[in-house]
Design a protein around this ligand. Structure first.
Ligand code: CTP
Ligand code: MG
Length: 246
């Protein structure tokens, strides 16, 4: 039987859905509420991400939040998208995206996955990830490593690692829906965890291309990242209202 992923690429814009992974707790940030509900310059990360995603032509969106936080997310999601679903996530990011995928419409041809912990994403980056699907099963936004890399053992430099092939993966990551569904089904069946969806699609042997990411599209993990994100945002506008609320 030939793989459904072996079929020709769909038109880049054909029936595209987004999954926003927002079900993490934010242990390293150490906030009271789940990280996606924590404000960055006065506006919760999830709100910021939804505002950006709503500026991309999409057929629907699934937002994955921690169990018990569905109602908090539903109002702001429904306000922006005609076809929106909020679902509870799982114990790992991999499981949360798999659960989100279960709520994506059957007729979706492309799915773009984005982490709520990257609220400085741009609509352009999401669009470029989706457009890159014209020639591949997956498209990962990433930026080249610019630092010199050292392998360290104890306090000793054990070697210098060539960096010319090394990139730092971000989200958004866009996939043909069939490829992403297959990759997640296999990973769940085999008990494989990964920190991004591309790794799961790659291990199925599917072609994944890189899309030039944005340095600004940083990931908020720690309090220092949060401070940096707030500095990057500056006094910019958010959704028509003044951002950077004191
Ligand atoms: N995520 C998720 N479900 C999980 C774990 C993570 O949907 N069970 C999401 C997070 O909400 C986040 C993204 O995956 O948008 C990347 O995860 P990370 O930045 O590590 O966030 P947290 O897991 O919340 O943070 P920490 O690891 O510090 O607890
Ligand atoms: Mg985590």
């Amino acid at each position: 039987m030939s793989s459904p992923m072996g079929s020709p690429a769909p038109p880049a814009a054909g029936r595209a859905w987004a999954i926003v992974a927002a079900a993490g707790s934010g242990e390293r940030l150490g906030c009271r509420e789940p990280k996606a509900f924590h404000p960055v310059a006065g506006v919760p990360m999830l709100e910021r991400v939804l505002d950006v995603v709503s500026r991309v032509a999409l057929d629907g969106i699934v937002v994955v939040v921690p169990a018990g936080w569905e109602e908090s997310a539903r109002a702001s999601v429904g306000r922006r998208f005609a076809r929106a679903v909020v679902v509870a996530g799982g114990a790992s990011r991999r499981e949360s995206v798999r659960l989100g995928l279960g709520a994506v419409a059957e007729d979706a041809e492309a799915v773009v996955v984005h982490d709520a912990s990257r609220p400085l994403v741009s609509p352009d980056l999401i669009e470029r990830a989706l457009a890159a699907l014209a020639g591949a099963s997956g498209a990962v936004c990433a930026v080249p490593v610019v630092d010199t890399l050292k392998r360290v053992e104890g306090d000793r430099i054990a070697g210098t690692v060539p960096r010319e092939w090394l990139w730092r993966a971000q989200t958004p990551q866009a996939f043909r829906a069939a490829a992403l569904r297959e990759a997640h089904a296999r990973a769940a069946a085999e008990g494989i965890e990964a920190t991004d969806d591309s790794a799961l699609v790659e291990r199925c042997g599917e072609p994944v291309v890189v899309v030039q990411g944005e340095e600004r599209n940083m990931k908020i993990t720690t309090a220092a990242d949060l401070a940096l994100a707030e500095a990057l945002l500056g006094p910019r506008e958010f959704g028509g209202a003044a951002g950077g609320l004191a």
